[in-house]
Design a protein around this ligand. Structure first.
Ligand SMILES: [Zn+2]
Length: 461
């Protein structure tokens, strides 16, 4: 399942840097028609493939050659059209005017048996193409190993397509996390009535069969091996870029492109050179707060699930005022972690009572309502759906990256702060379902004063 890629960024990369002009500011089309030599000659390769008797399917932006026998319903005939639709979305993302690159075309080899391509002279044996696992891209030419699953085959094709696009039209020579992350982000899609729909964060597992990135991140979280943002930024280039590395690279670009606090800056960075200094430029950009970005990344990987929506789940980080007197607040059902506005010191004690009912989606034709205890009909991440959770942002007892550590839950509880910091609350729910939730719960929060030793003594007098 791993895709192994390398981009040749030596001589060709240097040439591309000479012919592609970075824009003076965001919003300007960034691509020049690549110079001859910076692109492989697709027509010549297509002729070679036809001479060798390989099956050729093509669209406006892709000539795809395969040794797969034609099979009704395998979707291969549709791949060039889907590639064209994806190409338009990539142009949108990078603000490239497709009319400015009229002759841009990629040449893809979808291989069941590599030997057929070697024999045809379409897979070099001179060492210029490594013995890759699943895919490899050189300028506007790529190879991918055929997959049994049509959704995953499409994903790999588009992943390599993004490499071809960025290498040739954006002179990409960027750090690994960006190179692989943006390829994963812009390849992720679902089909709607057979058409490409960008879905940077998959809505449902069955729309991205075998992709497994969200599941991989969950496993890394559960095992305490999830990297922080700085670790992802430092991902070394490797011929063995494995699934966790893909997943964390994807998560990083998904955060930077989708989170309201980071999206504008990321777009500006992406409109500049996609070169080796990209991370440094991001970190030096106006208003960049590395601690905040790291915390947003940790919160994202902690909560991430299919259908995650930054509009509902991005965290509003606040310190909160010290909880020294009873306080009342409302927890919205249709949002992720929400600041209570109150903070506690480590080892201070408080109690809460939560009342009311909130809408927590539907089961068939029935609207589901929940109290703060949650509904036992359905559980999510080990707790009843809709259950009120109270948490602090902390390094969990088992170590690993910081996360929201639940300190209390349900309709009423007394609890002790595990760290000095704000209280956050939410109803337990899959983040992708929050849009179907409504209403909220009322929470009365009361500090519990520690027993004063001198008063205890006084009572006995
Ligand atoms: Zn790749």
């Amino acid at each position: 399942m791993t895709t192994q890629h390398k981009q040749r960024t030596g001589w060709w990369g240097a040439l591309l840097l000479l012919v592609t002009v970075a824009p003076p500011d965001p919003g300007v089309a960034v691509a020049d028609e690549p110079a001859r030599g910076a692109m492989v000659d697709v027509a010549r390769l297509e002729a070679t493939a036809r001479r060798a008797g390989l099956r050729v399917v093509s669209g406006e932006r892709l000539v795809l050659v395969t040794d797969r026998p034609a099979r009704a319903g395998d979707g291969v005939e549709d791949l060039p059209r889907i590639f064209d639709e994806a190409f338009a979305a990539w142009c949108d993302h990078f603000r490239v005017d497709p009319k400015s690159v009229p002759s841009w075309r990629a040449f893809g080899c979808l291989m069941s048996d590599r030997e057929a391509f070697r024999a045809a002279g379409l897979l070099p044996i001179d060492g210029t193409v490594p013995d890759f696992a699943n895919g490899f891209c050189d300028r506007n030419r790529f190879w991918l190993v055929d997959q049994a699953n049509p959704a995953y085959r499409r994903h790999l094709l588009l992943h390599e397509g993004v490499h071809a696009f960025t290498l040739t039209l954006r002179s990409l020579a960027a750090p690994t996390w960006y190179t692989e992350g943006i390829a994963e982000l812009l390849a992720t899609h679902r089909l709607e009535a057979g058409h490409f729909q960008p879905t940077p964060i998959p809505r449902r597992a069955d729309e991205v069969e075998q992709l497994g990135r969200i599941e991989a991140l969950r496993r890394l979280r559960t095992s305490g091996e999830i990297p922080g943002l700085a670790d992802v930024f430092a991902t070394p280039p490797s011929p063995r870029h494995d699934i966790p590395a893909y997943a964390t690279s994807w998560a990083t670009t998904a955060l930077l492109a989708g989170h309201p606090s980071h999206a504008g800056r990321f777009q500006a960075i992406e409109s500049g050179p996609l070169d080796a200094r990209l991370t440094a430029r991001l970190e030096a950009s106006d208003g960049w707060d590395g601690d905040l970005a790291a915390r947003d990344f940790d919160a994202f990987t902690d909560d991430l699930d299919h259908g995650y929506d930054f509009g509902r789940s991005a965290i509003e980080w606040t310190d909160g005022r010290p909880l020294t007197a009873p306080a009342e607040l409302v927890v919205a059902a249709d949002r992720g972690w929400q600041p209570s506005g109150w903070s506690m010191k480590a080892d201070e004690t408080a109690e809460f009572v939560a009342t009311g009912r909130a809408g927590v989606g539907r089961a068939g034709a029935i609207d589901l309502e929940s109290t703060a205890d949650g509904i036992s009909l359905r559980w999510y991440r080990g707790r009843p759906l809709g259950r009120l959770l109270v948490a602090q942002w902390a390094v969990p007892a088992e170590g690993s990256r910081p996360r929201f550590v639940v300190v209390a839950e349900g309709a009423a509880a007394r609890f002790t702060a595990i760290t000095t910091g704000a209280l956050y609350l939410k109803l337990n729910a899959p983040p992708g379902e929050l849009a179907g939730f409504d209403g909220g719960l009322d929470v009365a929060l009361t500090p519990v004063a520690p027993p004063a030793p001198q008063q205890r003594g006084g009572e006995k007098r």
